[in-house]
Design a binder for this molecule. Structure first.
Ligand SMILES: Cc1cc2nc3c(=O)[nH]c(=O)nc-3n(C[C@H](O)[C@H](O)[C@H](O)COP(=O)(O)O)c2cc1C
Length: 168
């Protein structure tokens, strides 16, 4: 006899515990930007990672509930902005909904047209290469077209629901 399939409701933890435990994994913070119909778009993302060197690929995970992600997808390209330790306010702005996120924010276009935010540590300009739906997020793969270190300095960190910086 085969083992009975466990019903989903038997998961021995709830979403609060999932968030709490996964929050013990520290991340940097990026803002993923794009332009669609001349409107700049962006959201704060901690799930950014390097994926492949040959060819050069990166990835991030976009919540399917995000209002910015469908526009980035339609734009077909995006820029990954790596936030510096003094950019917590930028992170909070781009983690908000229903506001003009670019109001009062300095930025310029990358060669491909996506916003590069003032003061970021580094930026990585990408074409959208693939989207893999998993659970309530999409894994977004970017083919790197251009990249640059803009400033030397410390990164903004996110750990256990709070912001921090590297202590030498
Ligand atoms: C530190 C931090 C990391 C985040 N990481 C992600 C992420 O990896 N993927 C994601 O979809 N949202 C992430 N978010 C949440 C989005 O920034 C947030 O839901 C934002 O309001 C989405 O706005 P939108 O509806 O305009 O897309 C993160 C937020 C914070 C503060």
């Amino acid at each position: 006899m085969s083992d009975p399939v466990e019903p989903e409701s038997s998961t021995p933890f709830d979403s609060a515990r999932f968030r709490q435990v996964l929050g013990h994994f520290p991340t940097g913070v990026t803002v993923i930007t794009a332009v669609l119909d001349r409107e700049p778009i962006g959201l704060a993302v901690g799930s950014f990672a390097s994926l492949s060197l040959e060819p050069p690929l990166v990835l991030f995970c976009a919540a399917q509930a995000s209002s910015s992600w469908p526009k980035i997808r339609e734009a077909g390209r995006f820029c990954v902005n790596v936030l510096a330790e003094d950019q917590e306010d930028i992170c909070r702005t781009f983690a908000s909904k229903g506001i003009d996120k670019f109001s009062g924010i300095g930025w310029k276009h990358s060669l491909a047209g996506s916003p590069i935010l003032d003061g970021v540590l580094a930026w990585i300009d990408c074409d959208l290469a693939d989207v893999i739906a998993q659970g309530d997020h999409d894994i977004v793969v970017g083919a790197v077209r251009d990249l640059h270190v803009a400033h030397e300095g410390g990164p903004l960190l996110f750990f256990r629901g709070g912001y921090g910086r590297l202590v030498p």
